[in-house]
Design a protein around this ligand. Sequence first.
Ligand SMILES: Nc1ncnc2c1ncn2[C@@H]1O[C@H](COP(=O)(O)OP(=O)(O)OP(=O)(O)O)[C@@H](O)[C@H]1O
Length: 541
Amino acid sequence: MLLYYIKKFKKIMFLSGLASLFTAATSIALFHMIGESGETGFQPLEVVVFAVLVAFLLMASMTTSYFLSQYSAGTINSVRQNLVSRILGTDYDKLEKAGRARLYNVLTNDVNAISGALAEMPAFIYNSFLLLACFGYLFVLSEVMFGILVLAAFVSFLITKVVMAKITRAANQMREHQDHVFEGYKGILDGAKQLTVNKDRRQYFFEKRLKPVMTELRSSEREYGFAWDINRNISQVVIFITLGTIVAVSHYLQRTELVMSYILIVTYISAPFGYVMNLWQNIARARVSLQKIESLQLGSEQENGAEQTHQPLSEDWHKIAFKDVSFAYESQGEDTAFSLPKLNLTFNRGEIIFITGGNGSGKSTFLHLLLGLYTPSKGAIQVDDMPVSAAQLDEYRAKITMVLPDFYLYRELLDANGSPANEEKARTLLAQFQLDHKLNVDKEGFSATQFSQGQRKRLALIASILEDKDIYVLDEWAADQDPHFRALFYQELLPWLKSQGKTVIAVTHDDKYFHLADRHIKFDQGQAQELTEKKCHGQAA
Ligand SMILES: Nc1ncnc2c1ncn2[C@@H]1O[C@H](COP(=O)(O)OP(=O)(O)OP(=O)(O)O)[C@@H](O)[C@H]1O
């Protein structure tokens, strides 16, 4: 993936590399002049050349900085977009398994770690050129002293390599602990009300849940930083030993005129050398982040406008069927995971179907399968006897609109084509749902977003109706409505949807209205049973 981004920005990398080359060449020319004129001083012409070179160096380094900043901003944006796009293209069950806390961590820490390492790539090129040019110049000055320098660089490299193993281990631990801390942050935000009202819980949560994971994170951060500090300190010592050796050898070789050039350049390159080493550290972190992202098995980037190569599903469909559909959650620990064994159900177009059953009987799991959020482990969902293939899944899902208990209220209202919905139509619905006094709709969608839970659900249903899909999947929609709206939903809205040819599959516990359904399917421990009319009227969920 790192290579992917390097390739993506190769033009700007090349340009910054070129600018770096000029900068490095100019620096060497300046060093040469200083080294040559150290004892005699500058002649008037040399002063002019020196001034021109300094001006050129400034221009070249500023041009390099310009390309670097372009690259950095572009890379960070590109990594962010790529990851968001991959998350959007990931199957829901994988996202559910990863969990929100981990995904937040990917979108914040990992994006920063990867983009940070990539953004420094051109600076790495720049500093590498500088190092190469300086080394080349030192080689020309004296091969023996250059050999000493190479030996010192090699020792420094070996030390870094040993320390690197420790750094990578600490980086892995740090990343793992960050996930735990993010899980804690999620608890603070999602449970803000409970934590505010319940002081004991707040203290317990902070002391027993947050503090331990934060302490773990701190110790892995310390280990990580310390390992790197050791490396830096040893490298500094190596530089001083090198300088001392150079002074001694130059006296031994009776070439003391080289001491100034050598000390000047070795001191000068210690900063770029540290920079190159630093990037190594950043790459280690980026690699851990990349491994983490890969372990979440995110999807590939969303394809916009990809050509359809599959057989299209019928627009004029008549029935949707579950054919021998089985599904089981992954077993956690020793417990046997919940499963839906061999469901055979048919939903005809234009029907109102109520789904009932006790808590944990499998209603939501069934809806997740119906919505194409979970993949059956066996069997298939069929549209007019044709199994829906993986390639047809988006097309199948496009027939459905839904309001689930954990819905998100998007401000934007869309129509059947995914374009902004007709404002007049939206206003009419607002009036019908008695929300016109609370808010308005404009080009951007709903004009306010602070509502009661019942009102939010009404708005979610308005958004669903505007989407104008064939199938409405509603999970306990009426549960938060007052008796008036509950009656309106069952006695007016559902019959109206039916009259429009819509299919409604609704989970409900409102036995008072069971008679209004065309069909009634009851779930019990994962088994679905179609209730006959008699049973249907006589039984509550
Ligand atoms: N993501 C999951 N991973 C593992 N098991 C799960 C998961 N979601 C639900 N379950 C289990 O599956 C069973 C059925 O859950 P489901 O949410 O389908 O029930 P439900 O009928 O919708 O219940 P309720 O009326 O309480 O909403 C439960 O025993 C639950 O523990």
